[in-house]
Design a protein around this ligand. Structure first.
Ligand code: ATP
Ligand code: FE2
Length: 328
């Protein structure tokens, strides 16, 4: 079975072709909206996706050596995400489904980050540390659903990094640039460390950093200290979720987990408590359509379908509102 997956929850428009029988990614093409100085403007992201969608679909098919008429299932990210972005992917998915007369399946983007990890690694029942732009959650399966054990109380960790990037004028996305800057920083500056149970918060930290910049602290030292502080917060709540659930595997997902320092901290924590840490190649950490295709395939195999009339976007869909029928 050939699955065509479409991802469009935020700044990335991606199309992937997956060979369902052999569980093989045949192509995973993506185009992401970026800026040189300012942040991400939702309507501009929508315009970006409209501009690239046909090219990305064509490239993905070409790379996979698959013809459009050979596609058996269309899977798309239905939520959560930015309305302007989601609408474009959903529109493409519905159109392709009607045109090809092939089934359609809408999937939850956050759960897709976890399911692709299970597909690509030996992980069986991991706790997922999901750290992306808009989302920061610790998720695990319990009682028929993926439960959110901890999450950010305000902004997502990537949005926090990008917001600080806007202050520094380094453009979007700022995470990779802050990682580079942090390598040059040596002096640790004490910053607000906000962990409440299994939840975290970044709002106060952003305010504090703006004050520190005005006081003349070096950018490279702040970048270094930011990483040490926020990644320690994530590692702490992940460890607490592992202890609480009694699970023994940690999987990393989301764009921010591309960060080598975060990976290092998570690996150290897992090693110290005898848990296994699973890290995917970066192309499957960032928003990608392969994970959407894989989850769509699993859902389809369990008998789930999305009717055209129900294929509307779900910008606020919660991870724990999805019935995980495919795992039963
Ligand atoms: P979601 O819809 O899941 O919230 P997203 O739109 O935020 O996804 P992702 O590709 O998962 O997309 O993540 C993008 C975020 O990851 C951006 O905020 C970016 O700054 C951050 N990021 C990317 N690479 C790194 C890195 N090396 N270090 C820190 N942050 C990074
Ligand atoms: Fe994501």
């Amino acid at each position: 079975m050939i699955v065509l997956g479409i991802e469009s929850t935020a700044h990335t428009f991606g199309v992937s072709i997956v060979d369902g029988k052999n569980k093989k990614v045949l192509s995973n093409v993506m185009e992401s909206y970026t800026t040189k100085t300012g942040g991400m403007i939702p309507s501009k992201v929508g315009d970006h996706h409209v501009e690239v969608f046909d090219k990305v679909i064509a490239q993905s098919l070409k790379k996979a050596r698959v013809k459009l008429k050979e596609v058996d299932l269309i899977s798309f990210s239905q939520g959560p995400g930015i309305g302007h972005s989601l609408r474009i992917g959903t529109f493409c998915a519905k159109t392709l489904s009607l045109l090809l007369k092939k089934p359609l399946i809408g999937v939850n983007h956050c759960i897709a980050h976890l399911e692709i990890g299970k597909m690509m690694t030996p992980a069986k029942d991991p706790v997922l540390l999901y750290a992306s732009g808009a989302n920061t959650q610790v998720i695990a399966y319990e009682g028929g659903k993926y439960r959110v054990f901890g999450e950010t109380l305000d902004m997502g960790i990537g949005n926090f990094l990008d917001a600080f990037g806007r202050v520094l004028g380094i453009g979007f996305p700022a995470g990779p640039k802050i990682e580079e800057m942090a390598k040059k920083g040596k002096n640790f500056v004490e910053l607000p460390y906000v962990v409440k149970g299994m939840d975290v918060s970044f709002g106060g930290l952003l305010t504090n950093l703006k004050q520190k910049l005005k006081k003349g602290y070096k950018k490279k030292d702040l970048a270094f200290s930011i990483q040490e502080t926020i990644f320690a917060m994530l590692t702490e709540v992940s460890e607490r979720a592992i202890a609480h659930t009694g699970k023994s595997e940690l999987l990393l997902g989301g764009g921010v987990v591309c960060n080598k320092r975060l990976q290092e901290m998570a690996e150290t924590m897992c090693k110290e408590r005898g848990a296994k840490c699973f890290i995917l190649p970066n192309e499957f950490n960032v928003d990608n359509a392969a994970m959407i295709a894989f989850l769509g395939l699993e859902m389809y195999k369990s008998g789930m379908r999305t009717k055209i009339k129900d294929a509307s976007i779900r910008p606020y869909e919660r991870t724990d509102s999805v019935d995980v029928k495919w795992r039963e």
